[in-house]
Design a protein around this ligand. Structure first.
Ligand code: HEC
Length: 181
């Protein structure tokens, strides 16, 4: 290669590199601009979860789902409404509430498996099934009798799980404005 040819070649190499750098810089600037525009959105527009670092999100969701206390608040609500459904002879409503109560408890056990043993033994495989049977039989006397067994089971599980002061009675107050006419 002659000197001139070598020089010309270097010129093209340098020019090519500069073009590539230029393209890269432009692309980089576009990205930066996009991020810039994005970060100008008010903080409130991004939800609290998205604002967390990705690996902090799952633990945050677990914290927010809470433990067995929220399960129990739902169980107590559905237990109460199931009771009034039976008292009113609104068996469809009673069955709906019983079904959702069992569902709530089962989902709660997914979060807190340490309660599964007593939940199954004292409740889900015993009094729960019996109350459900009384509802399906539409038998008011059997229903009231089995509610007694159920509330004793709720109380027994609380005693077994270090909450002996949560004693469950027969409901006295309705929670929902559901009527039977
Ligand atoms: C697995 C056994 C078990 C069974 C069965 C059970 N509970 Fe519980 N319950 C618990 C435990 C454990 C707690 C405390 C949870 C906590 O604080 O994390 C609790 C707490 C409660 C609370 C207090 C909730 C709150 O706001 O903190 C209520 C009300 C309650 N249960 C109602 C009931 C009713 C009604 C039944 C039956 C229909 C029932 N429970 C059946 C274990 C059980």
């Amino acid at each position: 290669m002659t000197r001139v040819a070598r020089r010309t070649r270097s010129y093209f190499v340098i020019a090519g590199a500069a073009t590539l750098l230029g393209l890269g810089a432009t692309a980089g600037w576009e990205v930066a601009r996009a991020q810039h525009v994005h970060s100008h959105a008010p903080a409130a527009e991004k939800g609290w979860l998205v604002r967390l670092a990705p690996d902090a999100r799952t633990p945050a969701i677990e914290r927010q789902l809470r433990g067995f206390e929220t399960t129990m608040a739902e169980v107590a609500y559905r237990y109460t409404e199931m009771y009034w459904g039976g008292v009113d002879g609104n068996w469809g409503y009673a069955e709906h509430m019983a079904h959702e109560m069992g569902n709530a408890m089962t989902l709660g056990l997914e979060r807190r498996p340490q309660y599964r043993k007593n939940a199954d033994a004292l409740f889900l495989k015993g009094p729960y099934v019996q109350v459900m049977d009384a509802i399906k039989a539409k038998d008011p006397d059997l229903f009231k009798q089995r509610i007694e067994t159920m509330r004793a089971a709720c109380t027994a599980c609380h005693a077994a799980e270090a909450h002996p002061y949560i004693k469950i009675g027969v409901p006295t107050v309705r929670r929902n404005p559901v009527v039977n006419d």
